[in-house]
Design a protein around this ligand. Structure first.
Ligand SMILES: Nc1ncnc2c1ncn2[C@@H]1O[C@H](COP(=O)(O)OP(=O)(O)OP(=O)(O)O)[C@@H](O)[C@H]1O
Length: 658
């Protein structure tokens, strides 16, 4: 494809033969599936699975899907196809959608050539300042014309001399000198920048939003435990839970190494199974990925029950990939040598439980979830369904996702450790000491996020956390907001002791009112994406007051993350955003200074990219921004003073000399 890429036009069909390929255009997959590295686009270097566009009646099926759905079927220009798998009907095929500047890569080049105009006070003031100087220059011009016309001398050259003395032409250059040197220093610290004008803005940042997983906490979370919904808890016997852990992931084998989402990786490692390609021996097509039991004697002796599985392996027939918006992923799989198909789902516990038959969800599900999230664990739920072979034959996985993902059986919870990176706490303390606000914006559970924020010192031990729960209007009831103190918040000693439930509720309400409106104690608001959405829609006038003290935003979708950054900017904050994943892209672009933690040198995702995967880059960038700002300002002051002295001196000379 690369040789003929300049001949490609939208509508052309091309074949992918499985070799590595850097895509020359945006294309939609119509047959087979691909594994792609989209680091250039998202800053995230984990391989992403692209599936074929489902068949629909619509003449333009890609337009009927949401952006999130659409991305799962589109191969973007500039990204790299690592593997292409056919669907058994010949080679993998894709249709060209866009070429040249209209593609994703074109977007990157365009964002470098024509960055988004900056609405920065410094640049606005610099413009006003130059207009002021020009006015002085024009006065000088009039003065010279008057003086020299009176004495009948060559006016033009002299008049221009005075005009240019007042407006130093080097001012724009002076404004960029600081940034050029700062950019060089940042590069040495492995922080890359595609829009150098933003470096000056970094000096003004007074609020930084942080993503949690992979940014504040470690990416490779260790599997802490499994909590099956029924049966004995240790050791884990073969069954659907084991099947889900072995097959419900989007891991791939590249260069003999298993790669993919760190969460998937840890979960799969917990099973001690291995990934292998289909083979004649297994009576499976070569392009199918399967997970099989490993005959590792050491592991077998450690986990005897795990290895007494009545199945040889599981073939993964189809994947419905994970997306932050949906908060879940599922796979259709088949036990090797059996006719039956299985659907396994994993994702956020609240989301997964909503797809399950309610009788299969344990009655203490919410309490168990709270127990683990309040200790700061990351909790994932698993679910399963057997697909009836008669009805769901070999094309079962081509059925719409919603149809397959229904009436599931709840299997249990996976509990993963959420360890803070060693650099997180000192950096957050440094920012707090510099009076720069830190906010956590995450897709994870609210209680987990609050606990992590407390352990990272984002919320001080003595501070209260007030959970804001806003609900949509229901029937005749209008939209409402409820406030409640989060678990672990110390109630004030001054709080009156009330024994009745009603009295206690009233006392708590009074306490909240006092803390909120009379500033008697330090408090932080925390809310989830749903409540944030309701506040934006129904309580917009209250939003600024809440945002001024909100520190934790959990279960935020990518769209809500960028909307939050925009709302904070409306409050005149200079907002920095530091994130690592594809779900942060919108917010990274929206912020005054978006910093993506990525192995890539540049991505369309954000103006700054730090190759060192921790938040130490944030104070570095603010420091360099301030240095650049101060240097630029000092040079501008020097040049202006120099120009004005020259202006006055020349004007006096003109007066004296003629
Ligand atoms: N690979 C995955 N498979 C299934 N569910 C997942 C997977 N990764 C995350 N989840 C679930 O979806 C939720 C949202 O994920 P998302 O990637 O948006 O945010 P996050 O990784 O939890 O946090 P952050 O926004 O801080 O990176 C997670 O809290 C988790 O419950």
């Amino acid at each position: 494809v690369s040789e003929i890429s300049r001949y490609l036009v939208p509508g052309d069909v091309f074949l992918l033969d499985g070799k590595k390929l850097s895509l020359p255009c945006d294309a939609v997959l119509i047959d087979g599936s691909c594994i792609v590295n989209e680091g250039m686009l998202t800053g995230e270097s984990i391989p992403v699975m692209k599936t074929l566009l489902p068949l629909t009646e619509s003449p333009e099926p890609w337009k009927t899907h949401s952006m999130e759905d659409y991305r799962r079927h589109v191969l973007f220009c500039g990204t790299e196809v690592i593997q292409a798998k056919s669907s058994g009907r010949g080679l993998t095929r894709a249709v060209v959608l866009q070429t040249g500047f209209n593609t994703a890569k074109g977007d990157l080049v365009r964002s470098i050539l024509y960055p988004r105009p900056l609405n920065f006070q410094l640049y606005r003031d610099a413009f006003k300042f130059i207009v002021g100087l020009s006015a002085i220059g024009v006065l000088g011009l009039i003065y010279t014309i008057c003086v020299f016309t009176y004495h009948n001398v060559n006016v033009v050259a002299m008049a221009l001399l005075l005009l240019t003395a007042a407006v130093p032409p080097a001012i724009p250059a002076a404004l960029t000198t600081g940034t050029v040197y700062a950019q060089r220093r940042l590069k040495k610290k492995k922080i890359f920048c595609i829009t150098p004008q933003r470096i000056n803005i970094c000096g003004q940042i007074n609020l930084v939003c942080f993503d949690k997983t992979g940014t504040l906490t470690e990416d490779g979370l260790d599997l802490w435990g499994i909590l099956p919904s029924e049966g004995s808890r240790t050791p884990l016997p073969w069954g659907p839970v084991c099947g889900a852990m072995a097959s419900c992931h989007s891991l791939v084998v590249l260069d003999k190494k298993i790669q993919g989402d760190p969460l998937d990786l840890k979960m799969f490692e917990g099973t001690h199974w291995v990934i292998q390609k289909g083979s004649d021996e297994l009576k499976l097509r070569m392009d199918l990925l399967c997970v099989i039991r490993e005959s590792n004697p050491q592991a077998t002796s450690l986990f005897p029950d795990l290895f007494q599985a009545p199945v040889e392996g599981i073939a993964i027939l189809h994947q419905f990939p994970f997306s932050s918006g949906l908060q879940r992923m599922s796979v259709v799989s088949q036990k090797i040598g059996e006719e039956q198909y299985d659907l396994y789902m994993k994702g956020a516990p609240e989301t997964v439980s909503s797809f399950c038959r309610q009788e299969t969800v344990p009655s203490d599900f919410l309490e168990e979830l709270k127990t683990y999230t309040s200790q700061g664990f990351r909790v994932i739920a698993l679910a399963h369904k057997s697909l009836v072979p008669r009805k769901h034959n070999h094309v079962s996985f081509l059925l719409p996702r919603e149809e397959v993902e229904s009436g599931l059986e709840f299997l249990g919870l996976l509990v993963m450790e959420n360890r803070l990176k060693p650099e997180t706490k000192p950096v957050l303390q440094e920012l707090a000491a510099a009076r720069i606000r830190s906010i956590m914006v995450t897709g994870d559970n609210l209680q987990t996020a609050v606990t992590v924020a407390r352990s990272a010192d984002m919320i001080h031990e003595a501070s209260k956390v007030i959970i804001v729960e806003a609900s949509e209007p229901e029937g005749s009831a209008p939209a409402s907001i409820a406030w409640r103190l989060a678990e672990g918040s110390k109630t004030s000693a001054a709080a009156p002791s009330v024994s009745t439930a009603k009295g206690r509720a009233e006392a708590q309400e009074r306490l909240l009112h006092t803390s909120l409106f009379h500033g008697s104690c330090h408090y932080h608001f925390a809310m989830n994406g749903k409540s944030y959405q309701v506040l934006v829609k129904h309580f917009y006038s209250l939003l600024p007051k809440i945002l001024l003290n909100a520190t934790v935003f959990a279960r935020m979708s990518p769209g809500q993350k960028s909307s939050l950054v925009e709302e904070l900017q409306k409050l005149d904050y200079y907002v920095g955003m530091c994130g690592d994943g594809a779900n942060d892209c919108g917010a990274l672009k929206m912020a005054h200074a978006g910093i993506s933690l990525s192995e890539q040198e540049a991505s369309v995702a954000s103006p700054f990219t730090s190759q060192i995967p921790n938040i130490q880059c944030v104070p570095e960038l603010i420091r360099e921004g301030r240095a650049a700002l101060v240097a630029s300002f000092a040079v501008v002051k020097y040049l202006t003073l120099y120009g004005l002295i020259q202006f006055v001196g020349t004007a006096l000379l003109f007066w004296v000399s003629v």
